[in-house]
Structures are given as C-alpha cells and as structure tokens.
Design a protein around this ligand. Sequence first.
Ligand SMILES: Cc1ncc(C[n+]2csc(CCOP(=O)(O)OP(=O)(O)O)c2C)c(N)n1
Length: 347
Amino acid sequence: MEKQLVSQIGDRDEDLLVEMYRQMKQIREFEIAAGELVRAGEIPGPIHPYIGQEAIAVGTCTALDDEDIIGSTHRGHGHVLAKGADLDGMMAELTAREAGLNRGRGGSMHMVDFSLGIFGCNAIVGASVPHVAGGMLSGRIDGDDRVGVSFFGEGAINQGVVHETMNMAAIWDLPVIFVCENNKYAVSTDVEYAAAGDSLASRGEAYGIESRTITGQNVLTVHETISEAVDDARAGEGPQFVECETYRYKGHFSGEEAILSDRSYRSDEEIRDWKENRDPIETFGEALVESGRVDAETLREIDDEIDEEVSSAVDLATESDLPSGDRAPENAYADQEYPAFPAPKYR
Ligand SMILES: Cc1ncc(C[n+]2csc(CCOP(=O)(O)OP(=O)(O)O)c2C)c(N)n1
C-alpha cells in the first residue's frame, strides 16, 4: 500500500497532505487519551473506539465543503473531529462537563454541532442515515447545493431504515453519500455470516445507486473516491454508495476486553495483520517521507503538537465544572429557534 500511496501523493497540495496526516493522528491520540480516561473512571459510560478506521473519516471530510453535512454513529469521535469539532469541547463532553461540546448532556454517542454541519452521532444503529437524507431533502427544497454524508457500519446495512432511506434518496435524487464502514464485525458477528448476497455494494446497486467498494485504509483512495461521489451528487446525479473495507483495532466498546477473556471472536493474528500491514497513519506517514514531499521532522513536530493539544484537553476535561443539578431541565424543551443548517448557500 505504501508504494501505491507514494505514487498517489504525486504533486498533490502539500497543505492538504499534511492536514490529512494531522487529522488522522489527532483522532488516534484523542481516542487513546479517551480510553485512558475511561480506565481512570473519568468518563461515565463506555466509548466505542474508532482506532484503525481514521482514514475514512479524514479522507471523506477533507472532500467536503464546510457547509456540507454529516451524520454519524456510536463510533463517531473520528467523524466529528474530522468535520472540525472542537477537540477541547469533545474531551469535556466525554467527561460530562459544562465545558463540553453539548454542555456535558450528550456524551460520547450524542455529540452534535449544527454550526459545522454535524447532525449528530447516534447510539441507535442506522438512525442517523435518514437524518442526513431528510436534511438533503430540505436542502433541495431550499435550492442549496450542499451534500450530506451518512456514515454507518456494515451491521447497519441490514437495518430496514437504511434501505428505506436508500430507496427514497434514489427516487428523489438526493445528494446523499452513503459511506458504509465495513470493519467486519457488528459487535462480535462476522459480516460473512450476517450479510446475504455477494457484496455490500450490491445493496446500493439494487436501488440504482452508483456503488463502489474501496480500501478504507488508504486516506488518498478514500479522498479521491469521495471527492468524485461528492461532485456527482452535487451535480444532481443522485445518491452514491461507497463501501470502505477497514478494521477496528480495539474491542467493540471500551469494556470489551474486560468481559471477553479468552472467548474472543477474532484471532490475534488477524488483528496483528491489520495493525502491522495496513495501518492508515503509519503507511501514510512513511509514504509522505518516501515521496520527499514532507520530511520526518515535520511529522514529528505535528505529533508533538497533537500530544500537547490532547493533554491540555484532558486537563480541561478533568478539571472543569460539572453541570449543576438545578440546571438539569435545561434543553429538555426548545425555547429558541435552532437552525438545522448553517446559512444556506444558494446556487
Ligand atoms: C437498532 C439497534 N440495534 C442494536 C443495537 C446494539 N448495537 C450497538 S452497536 C451494534 C453493532 C453495530 O455494528 P456496525 O453497524 O457494523 O458498526 P461498528 O460497531 O462495527 O462500527 C449493535 C448491534 C443498537 N444500538 N441499535
């Protein structure tokens, strides 16, 4: 993969290349720190680590305009960070602090920032898929040219609501890009067992949606594929489906290792193979240096900056105020207008 990456790097914009590396690294370090906070008892509830899948969030979100929208999953930290959410606010959201992105009321699985087009993470498998399509229907009615990306796992591909949404998006030509992150396992159920048919992309094809399967471990392949899908969707060619083959290094949720003991559903060899041979950050960093476009020293500086950024976010997340009990009813009812979208951009 590294060789292929070197040729893909070619004469691409250096700022974009560095930004992709920085974002992937930031997501990984954020999640490593979040895992430590869980173990320290600082996070109420579990998290679902995205480690190993970073190239999909970053390759996708770097292909979007700021005004475009995303809908995310229970494994959403990477998507939200890549779309530009505030790292301090996210860490403080995990520890349920008033300084959190959603003032500590949502936590890991419910991070939202409408101002950045982030329609929200969602604990219900497949549930944010129709949210994005609804947003795109509204955008079409308003006459703007935003596109929406719906991230979901291969487990969600069997959800009825995902099929209803693909059908409606297809008949109404909605500019939705369905990004299916196939990390092989829905909790412990192997996709080979759970999904009928020849391929996941054939689910999209069944609705007449242009559908592709790519590696999710190569950030440039993801970026190129999603960029094409975005161009087509924005040009009025209707929804697009992209299956990204990937792997999560960690358990389904932060407590998995503690409860599984030796009844694991996947082998150490399999995990090691993905980590050692297809890691999206390692391979990209090595290819950047090998291509001569970015030197190793620059990457090290980025790593150091991210370490500092993350450790200061952890300090804020552990030292700032918890919401006071008497404010609990706040946000239970809307008392003001919440714009569902940032200001529309008309054609
Ligand atoms: C409607 C619904 N059914 C079941 C669950 C329990 N559940 C949470 S995550 C998950 C697996 C999801 O797998 P996948 O969509 O492949 O995403 P991944 O966890 O692999 O990222 C399940 C079954 C749920 N949250 N919502």
